[in-house]
Design a protein around this ligand. Structure first.
Ligand SMILES: NC(=O)c1ccc[n+]([C@@H]2O[C@H](COP(=O)([O-])OP(=O)(O)OC[C@H]3O[C@@H](n4cnc5c(N)ncnc54)[C@H](O)[C@@H]3O)[C@@H](O)[C@H]2O)c1
Length: 349
């Protein structure tokens, strides 16, 4: 049984709920949030202590710290937790630049604990099936992929003072909402080699972008498009992947699009048989945060890499950096970005 402390109780409450469903693997012993209207009820409900961040780091019964605070606090809190000998689970975006994530990678290498970034959409059973098809080597050449993130955020959403501003939210729809859909794209279709992006702010009275469109070239030469907006009355998330052997299309439920059902359309009888061989008898596993934390518990027990690593978070941050840099300069940006790139230290204007 691994003792956990959860820091920040907005989305952190969903971490607590997922951990409670895994109570044979984890026990939440303390929570931390300066807003007592948030920490008090959660602590009372689950029988945990309310503590400060320093108290949480000093406790011997806490092995894992979940960092669920606003993004601008993640770097300092992750570094402090690693230095205190803890393992860390950190919400997205882990940090604000490639330089910062490289600092975390170095800190993790020198630490006793591991750091697992959160990409809970990866663990939808639909996406996992498509990943299994690609990993089985039956997809053939990738042709095109498309990603659509059409969500709705109204002014009330920006009441949280950290939202909507470059300095504290670090980005808009690309970083805060579409980041999971971008990760799903590269998880299946591979890393980007070139990106061109336009962003604009048209929906809400905020600093950061709330509409974006991008075209990408991916490793191996396939192409992808991304559109993202926070102004869609009907909320939709949709992925389409077109491979030589099959097409795969997600459902459109905005926050569970990686779950089943997905529509996989084989291009031939032979491809249909290959798909069937992978998906027949498929055993569904827990999804979302619970799905990620269950796989994390397995990895901790086995001493293997977490199901999402800092290298995955770095790849996500590299894509975001390139997208923001392209939007700012009008450049068609080639990846990977090296340490001398003007945006290595961050994309903030
Ligand atoms: N994985 C996802 O799908 C997902 C969804 C929503 C939010 N998030 C991420 O989770 C993080 C938090 O977002 P949110 O929506 O919960 O925000 P929020 O504003 O609702 O909650 C953040 C909480 O952190 C607390 N906090 C602030 N400073 C703190 C400190 N120094 N120590 C402890 N607690 C502190 C605040 O009081 C607040 O209760 C962000 O990085 C966000 O991008 C991820």
């Amino acid at each position: 049984m691994r003792g956990v402390g959860v820091v920040g109780l907005g989305i952190g409450t969903l971490h607590v709920r997922a951990l409670r469903r895994l109570r044979d693997r984890f026990t939440v012993v303390a929570v931390c949030d300066p807003d007592e209207t948030r920490s008090g009820p959660v602590a009372e409900h689950i029988g945990a202590d309310v503590v400060t961040f320093d108290e949480l780091l000093a406790r011997d019964d806490i092995e894992i710290v979940h960092v669920c605070t606003p993004p601008a606090l993640h770097l300092e809190q992750c570094l402090a937790a690693l230095l205190a000998g803890k393992s860390v689970v950190c919400e997205k975006p882990v940090v604000a630049s490639l330089a910062d994530v490289d600092q975390l990678i170095e800190a993790e290498a020198a630490a006793a604990g591991r750091l697992m970034p959160v990409f809970q959409y990866r663990f939808g059973n639909g996406l996992q099936q498509v990943k299994a098809l690609v990993d089985a080597g039956i997809a053939g050449r990738a042709y095109t992929s498309s990603v659509e993130v059409a969500w709705r955020r109204r002014p009330e959403y920006y009441a949280a003072p950290w939202r909507g501003r470059w300095a504290t939210e670090l980005g808009g729809v690309l970083l805060s909402q579409a980041v999971h859909a971008l990760d799903m794209l590269t998880y299946i279709a591979g890393p980007p080699t070139r990106v061109f992006c336009r962003i604009t702010t048209r929906v809400n009275d905020i600093e950061v972008e709330d509409c974006a469109a991008a075209s990408l070239e991916l490793s191996g030469g396939s192409l992808a498009t991304i559109t993202a907006t926070l102004g869609s009355p009907e909320e939709v998330t949709r992925h389409r992947f077109h491979f030589e052997a099959f097409s795969a299309e997600s459902g459109t439920a905005p926050y569970t699009s990686s779950s089943l059902p997905w529509t996989v359309t084989p291009d031939s009888e032979e491809a249909a048989a290959a798909v069937e061989a992978v998906t027949a008898g498929w055993t569904e596993r827990a999804e979302e945060w619970q799905g990620q934390f269950e796989r994390w518990a397995d990895a901790l027990d086995a001493g293997t890499d977490p199901p999402v690593t800092l290298a995955d978070a770095r790849a996500s941050l590299e894509l975001l950096t390139a997208l923001y840099w392209s939007a700012r300069t009008g450049e068609d940006v080639a990846l990977p970005l090296d340490g001398n790139h003007p945006c290595y230290g961050g994309w903030l204007p």
